[in-house]
Design a protein around this ligand. Structure first.
Ligand code: XMP
Length: 507
């Protein structure tokens, strides 16, 4: 187990992901909340930070229980922090030290740089620089502009690097992390999807015993994988509820329900479409629509949950990025703007204990865990889909007819992406029904019909996104199909806005 102390760098989660890719388990903790018991950690990594170590309010945690006791690696701010407080000197750098650089000197025979050669590309992102190394240190690497790009403190297993090994642009970054963790810290590579499944299932069995658990399935990857783990642990005592809010994709309720049943899950499909659409009638403000859907969902879910007598637990598909305590540079609340629409969405009055089997996993790990349980690649590879569904893709008020139109359009677009082999290159895709009628001509007839916008984006977490450069042939064929097949639509546009400043959804 590896501990990453977070000083607020935008790359901290990337460090964790790189380490997990080495099949090593790691946890991120804020620098100001050091775990009491450090026994289980075999190595510690100090992250970067937007602060300068020289600033008064910068993170300055007490590392006396770590440094010299455990193998320690300081990255960027972490490297400067070690230098600043141990007899070295950190100051403003004279040259810009951002982006690409190449290692121009590497101290040979150091296990830290095993397999890394002079010329290796590294990624820099700092304005302070280490002007003098801490006492008793050995310089391990330099770049053209950064003399002290890496060093080791003599007599202890403390290493420091000024560049970021976690970003893809540092070509040997993973190798360096591997050298530190495996060769130097002797950490075991035992974190694999299979072992995760085995240990999680055993833990769930022990924790839950013969209690009943309720879980809301959404059709998405997280809730489905969480359900499968619980199913393995407690079988029929897992009661899954899959609600049709009438705003799902075409045929989705039926198809996904069948798929869940095929996986052996004890699942109840609840078609509450009418209840949702009635509650939404006449509402056109996006936030009001969201609130209405959230409220009705809770009512429906609560009704269903009460039918499961004696349930003790509520299972949720919460994943690691939702639970990492984030820090800002000053240790106050983080300024990051997050849209965790699924966290804490259920009412307290349900009084159930919460179980979250995926709370330590990143999204890609959730997929790998699902694959190791032989879940269908189609289910695991599904694009994210918002909880309020098509409601936030129908701009303005919602009617059953608008839902029908958008479902048809969306199905043509998504099926097309699959047929053309484009689906997996896209992070999320969908269609928006605009509150715009425009003039067209079909045959000799004038039409005055709806306009739809297609949206396909690349992203890793939905926080930032860019539009996908879909082939013109594909767009041409899709547009033709939509206008010819979907009654009520005479115009198709493609959204070429990035996030920010736009968002992925239009509402
Ligand atoms: P935006 O539109 O904010 O979307 O760029 C980012 C990601 O979040 C999804 N999204 C939602 N998911 N409830 C959800 O469960 C919502 O109200 C909601 N709004 C946006 C969106 O689909 C994208 O993946």
């Amino acid at each position: 187990n590896v501990l990453i102390l977070d000083f607020g760098s935008q790359y901290t989660q990337l460090i964790a992901r790189r380490i997990r890719e080495l099949n090593i388990f790691c946890e991120i903790k804020p620098f100001n909340n050091l775990p009491e018991d450090l026994n289980s950690y075999k190595a510690v990594i100090l992250s970067g930070s937007p602060s300068s170590v020289r600033a008064e309010n910068a993170p300055h945690p007490d590392l006396s229980k770590i440094r010299g006791v455990k193998p320690l690696l300081g990255v960027c701010y972490g490297a400067q922090y070690l230098a600043h407080f141990h007899g070295g000197e950190v100051g403003q750098s004279n040259t810009r030290e951002y982006g690409r650089a190449n290692l121009s000197m590497i101290k040979e025979s150091e296990p830290f740089f095993e397999g890394v050669e002079v010329g290796s590309q590294v990624w820099m992102s700092h304005s302070d620089t280490i002007k003098a190394l801490p006492e008793g240190s050995v310089r391990l690497a330099s770049t053209h502009d950064v003399e002290n790009a890496a060093y080791r403190i003599g007599g202890e297993e403390t290493y420091a690097i000024q560049f970021h090994p976690e970003v893809y642009h540092s070509t040997d970054g993973k190798k360096i992390l591997e050298n530190f963790l495996i060769n130097i810290a002797k950490v075991e590579q035992s974190w694999t999807p299979d072992t995760f499944v085995d240990t999680t299932v055993a833990e769930l069995k022990k924790k839950i015993g013969t209690d009943k658990v309720i879980l809301g399935l959404s059709g998405g990857v997280d809730s489905s994988v969480a359900a499968m783990l619980l199913h393995k642990a407690i079988g029929k005592n897992l009661h899954c509820i899959f609600v049709n809010n009438g705003l799902l994709r075409k045929n989705e309720f039926h198809d996904v329900l069948k798929q869940y049943e095929g996986m052996g899950l004890n699942v109840k499909g609840v078609d509450a479409s009418a209840r949702f659409l009635d509650a939404l009638a006449g509402k056109s403000d996006p936030e009001e629509k969201r609130k209405t859907i959230g409220r009705v969902f809770i009512e429906v879910f609560d009704d269903e949950a009460h039918m499961v007598e004696d349930a003790k637990w509520l299972a949720q598909g919460t994943i690691y990025p939702d639970v990492i305590e984030s820090v800002s540079a000053t240790g106050g609340p983080s300024a990051t703007i997050k849209s965790h629409h699924n966290v804490g969405g259920l009412p307290d009055f349900m009084k159930l204990k919460v179980v979250e089997p995926l709370r330590m996993l990143f999204k890609d790990e959730v997929r790998r865990v699902g694959a190791s349980m032989d879940m269908s690649p189609t289910l695991l590879g599904r694009h994210p889909f918002p909880g309020p569904g098509l409601a936030i893709r129908i701009l303005g008020d919602i009617t059953p007819e608008k839902v029908r139109i958008l479902q048809e359009v969306d199905a043509i677009f998504i099926n097309g992406l699959r047929e053309w082999g484009l689906y997996d290159q896209v992070w999320q895709a969908g269609a928006m029904l605009l509150p715009v009628d425009s003039v067209g001509v079909m045959g000799d007839e004038r039409t005055y019909e709806k306009c739809v916008a297609l949206r396909a984006v690349e992203s890793t977490d939905g926080m930032t996104a860019d539009w996908v450069n879909l082939p013109y042939n594909f767009l041409q064929k899709t547009s033709n199909d939509i206008i010819n097949k979907v009654k009520g639509v005479n115009r198709v546009v493609y959204d070429i806005s990035s996030k920010p400043p736009a968002t992925i959804e239009w509402e």
